[in-house]
Design a protein around this ligand. Structure first.
Ligand code: FE
Length: 349
């Protein structure tokens, strides 16, 4: 081992969860700590922490975690190489899971439990990663101006009748890259490019702001139409009076209900090829798809549980029920590079 790696390892400080396993406290249910699992995660919700603690209490496996931006984590695991302590990468969006796959840091997992609990389109076909919760990318509109006539599908966003009415966030954002990637998968690159140009021609303003800014711009009447992820809007639906007032001003359209269904993406996890605690990592993955864990995991960010047969929380349900696109999320990952080129050519910054 080269000194540089020793230095790198020494500098790693995991946030260890102070699970009370082994302390002989409440209910006496806790199992003594007998192992650990190291998670590199770009998710950071308080409910996730409670979830990790429950896992430790049940199994005696301590959960250590490092949190950072997904691209930084993928790069770090690659740089750590065979000495990486990482067992699992948890991140959001098929695009980032695809980047991890491309970086060659994931290893396949064969698990009957995961196959049974998760629909095939929400997991990698070779088991390189597994979707744990989903979010839909929906069209929103300013209710004060009325429901935009003829706006039912993503394709309609390119209709010239919506000229000057649409606000979008930047194309560098992975949510839009994945949405365009799904359009490429369904309709081909040429049709996707025509669509992109049509939407750009309808822009009210140059792309700016995040999904939250889009919701507030629509609620304020600054933009008539935009596209956002469901969990951002659900935050308003389940928020305080001020947030609810904003939610009430925004209309929701789940696109493509008469066709292929609304584009959905995942938050997911994959086993790291060099995982030092492989068995514990698979156990943790399986645990994340259990009903109670799915509750925490999905609720932490107002998402839909990925496991078959489970419902979202009441704030999310308030957005309405819908038919989701069953396109394999793995295929959405594959179209990323093409989507970026199309955005560039269309001038969607
Ligand atoms: Fe987000």
């Amino acid at each position: 081992m080269k000194p540089i790696f020793l230095a790198a390892l020494a500098s790693i400080s995991f946030g260890t969860l102070a699970a009370c396993a082994g302390e002989g406290g409440d209910a006496g249910e806790a199992v003594p700590i007998t192992g650990e699992v190291n998670i590199y995660s770009s998710r950071h919700y308080d409910t996730d922490l409670a979830l990790y603690e429950d896992f430790t209490r049940e199994t005696g496996i301590k959960v250590n975690r490092i949190e950072a931006d997904a691209d930084a984590l993928i790069e770090r695991i690659g740089a750590e190489g065979e000495f990486s302590p990482a067992d699992l990468l948890i991140t959001v969006d098929a695009g980032r899971l695809w980047r991890a796959e491309e970086a060659g840091i994931l290893a396949p997992v064969e698990s009957a439990v995961l196959k049974e609990r998760l629909p095939a389109n929400l997991r990698h076909p070779q088991g390189l990663w597994f979707g744990l919760s989903t979010r839909a990318r929906i069209i929103i509109y300013d209710k004060a101006k009325g429901a935009p006539e003829g706006l039912a599908n993503y394709a309609d966003l390119a209709d010239p009748k919506f000229k000057g009415q649409i606000c979008m966030r930047s194309s560098s954002n992975i949510y839009n890259i994945s949405l365009l990637s799904s359009i490429i998968a369904h309709k081909g690159a040429d049709a996707a490019e025509q669509w992109t140009k049509g939407v750009v021609a309808n822009f009210k303003q140059p792309p700016q702001g995040n999904d939250t800014a889009m919701i507030e711009a629509v609620a304020a009447g600054q933009c008539r139409i935009s596209v956002v992820n469901t969990y951002y809007l659900a935050r308003y639906a389940g928020g305080d009076a001020g947030a609810k007032a904003i939610f009430d001003k925004v209309g929701v359209i789940f696109p493509d209900q008469a066709g292929t269904g609304t584009h959905v993406n995942v938050s997911g996890a994959g086993l790291i090829k060099t995982a030092p605690n492989r068995e514990n990592a698979v156990k943790f993955l399986e645990y994340l798809t259990s009903e109670s864990a799915q509750r925490y995991f999905a609720d932490g960010n107002n998402e839909y549980p990925a496991a078959i047969g489970l419902k979202a929380n009441s704030a999310v349900e308030r957005l309405g029920s819908f038919k989701s696109d069953t396109l394999s999320v793995a295929d959405i990952g594959k179209g990323q590079a093409e989507a970026v080129r199309i955005f560039d050519r269309a001038g969607w910054n």
